[in-house]
Ligand binder design. Structure first.
Ligand code: AMP
Ligand code: MG
Length: 340
């Protein structure tokens, strides 16, 4: 993966500022930077940070496709599926729902295609049509199912199929951490940043909402908009400006169009999705980036899945109606709240 892959997709002005006095811990896991920010009066913060690292590692050994020992890698290596931890089965079920609702735009069976692009980057030339066709032959979320056998969760798949949960796994792990932080840790409030996924919990002492800055995809040091979040809300951002394959001086985004195997081009620079379910938000951000604004708004209006979204184009953005009053576009951005 090209340099810059670890930059955060979101800025957290309030959490990062020393003035506000959050206690923070940052670490690397699941191919991303994770930052836990706790209200400054949190008792036993060091213990909470250690517990967050431990729980993240528990998630990593399930979802990390790059670790051959992870539950996901073992599932991928199995012929037609196997018994898996409940956490993995739940995420595969949700991924299948998002795949169905998005008409296949979210496709978690593209691992052979991602691997092809990674190898293409290493050798310095684009994948050939033949290579792409071969890698696309095994795709198809419809061949993946989750069943229960003797009380255990089993994922079934076509022989040779391999799953890529890179578009949903971080949000799923983030959700696990957020429920620990909000329900068990004793921390009164805080912010959790998981790569392109941010979640907040509790209530700030002054009663004001959390404010998250969405990065301007065309200017990594700039802001496209500020978004208000309340405790229990997640925001996930997908874009192709920070993770990409670089081949012969050209950048190829890591979010793929399942039809062609080439980087998706839905006409957007990035998409932010606000939900109460971090795994759903993560998957939907990836799906909406593929779909683009028009089809994305159609999915929103279908009410198949509960979410709000911000579609970021070059110099402009559109928010879904539920974000009216909660989002402020930065100067220079043409801003629009879509009709319901
Ligand atoms: P995200 O950063 O959450 O948008 O997820 C992007 C990651 O999801 C990529 O790095 C791939 O691992 C995987 N991916 C790529 N294209 C798709 C797609 N169309 N549907 C689902 N996952 C994808
Ligand atoms: Mg995603």
């Amino acid at each position: 993966m090209a340099a810059g892959a670890l930059l955060l997709a979101l800025l957290l002005p309030s959490a990062c500022g020393r003035r506000t006095g959050y206690l923070t811990d940052s670490f690397l896991s699941m191919d991303t930077v994770i930052t836990v920010s706790l209200g400054k009066d949190t008792p036993d913060a060091e213990k909470i940070f250690a517990e967050c690292r431990r729980r993240t590692e528990e998630c990593r050994v399930i979802f990390d496709a790059h670790d051959p020992a992870s539950a996901l890698s073992r599932l991928n290596a199995s012929a037609g599926g196997m018994t898996v931890p409940d956490e993995l089965a739940d995420v595969v079920s949700l991924a299948a729902r998002v795949s169905e609702a998005s008409g296949g735009a979210f496709d978690f069976t593209l691992l052979p295609v991602s691997t092809l692009w990674r190898n293409a980057e290493a050798r310095g030339s684009l994948p050939t049509g033949e290579e792409l066709a071969a890698a696309l032959a095994l795709r198809g979320a419809g061949s993946v199912s989750v069943v229960r056998e003797d009380g255990a969760a089993v994922v079934r798949k076509a022989p040779g199929q391999t799953l890529d949960l890179g578009g949903i796994g971080k949000g799923a792990a983030e959700m696990t951490l957020l429920s620990y932080l909000s329900a068990e840790s004793g921390a009164p409030y805080g912010v959790l940043s998981f790569g392109g996924n941010v979640a907040v919990f509790g209530e700030k002492p002054d009663g004001t909402p959390f404010v998250i800055a969405l990065r301007d995809p065309s200017d990594p040091s700039g802001t496209a908009a500020e978004l208000e979040l309340s405790g229990g809300e997640f925001v996930s951002v997908s874009g192709d400006y920070e993770r990409y394959y670089e081949i012969d001086g050209e950048k190829y985004g890591h979010i793929l169009d399942p039809e062609t195997g080439f980087p998706a081009d839905g006409g957007l620079l990035s998409v932010a999705v606000v939900t109460h379910d971090g795994a759903l938000g993560d998957a939907l951000a990836t799906a909406l980036f593929v779909l683009g604004e028009e089809k994305g708004m159609a999915l929103y209006r279908s009410e198949k899945l509960a979410f709000e979204a911000v579609f970021v184009r070059d110099g402009g953005l559109t928010a879904t109606p539920g974000l009216a009053g909660k989002i402020r576009a930065a100067e220079g951005f043409v801003f629009d709240v879509s009709a319901p």
